[in-house]
Design a binder for this molecule. Sequence first.
Ligand code: GUN
Length: 280
Amino acid sequence: MAKIIDGKAISAQMRVEISERCAEYVARTGTKPGLAVIIVGDDPASKVYVRNKKLACEQVGFYSEEIALPAETDMDSLRSVIERLNADDKIHGILVQLPLPPQLDEGEVIMMIDPRKDVDAFHPANVGRVMSGGYTFVPCTPAGVMELLKRSGVDIAGRECVVVGRSNIVGKPMAMLLLEANGTVTVCHSRTRDLAEVCRRADILVSAVGKPHFITADMVKPGAVVIDVGINRLPNGKLAGDVDFDAVEPIASYITPVPGGVGPMTITMLLRNTLTAAEN
Ligand code: GUN
């Protein structure tokens, strides 16, 4: 029987801490930390994410601005919006909700954001700082995983950490943070030979693949800590992680559920990055 890592409870606790830090910031400066979220087009999932980000800002006492642009927005118009926000003293964090419509180059758009306001930590300057240490912002999902491990009392130093998935947003920065915490880190991907065997070495197994029930019991060492970053919509409408929870839970020592594990942490880490940006 694994201990269930309750991301909802840990996230709620962190939001209380962020509210307190926010109140101190407001008392000291007379201004609120401010987040601007840009959404281009009307992708329904993106609209839900953006609404949740705005609500979370209000909950902890931030100022927030949502800039909704039409789907046919071109690079020049988006650039002028981002440049205005870069220069706006009320705004400390700028987030461009991804994915963007095809006429917009995501890499170039991210480069338009002032790295000091890049609370997603997607700008190459911030990506580089995660590699070399001395960073201000960490991408929200891997940062959330690190907080879950820390607040659950999981030791990382010296332990075998296996990350499944090598995306720029999750897998790669996740590996860097575990390495910085002195884990021995292996990154697996679609071309990894004998994935099950590599996963079975893990004391800490992090899956960020995006395939339901991808991590099965035979891939998990008894007593391992299992962190499930996947959020997959099943044909019946339910959410499932990457991990076959019912089969893996009895052999793991700690496990995150989906929903209610890593998911709730992501926006909380965005709030923390925004507050850090304001304080700086
Ligand atoms: N789309 C899905 N997740 C994210 C995220 O973390 N940041 C941004 N900007 N867009 C996303």
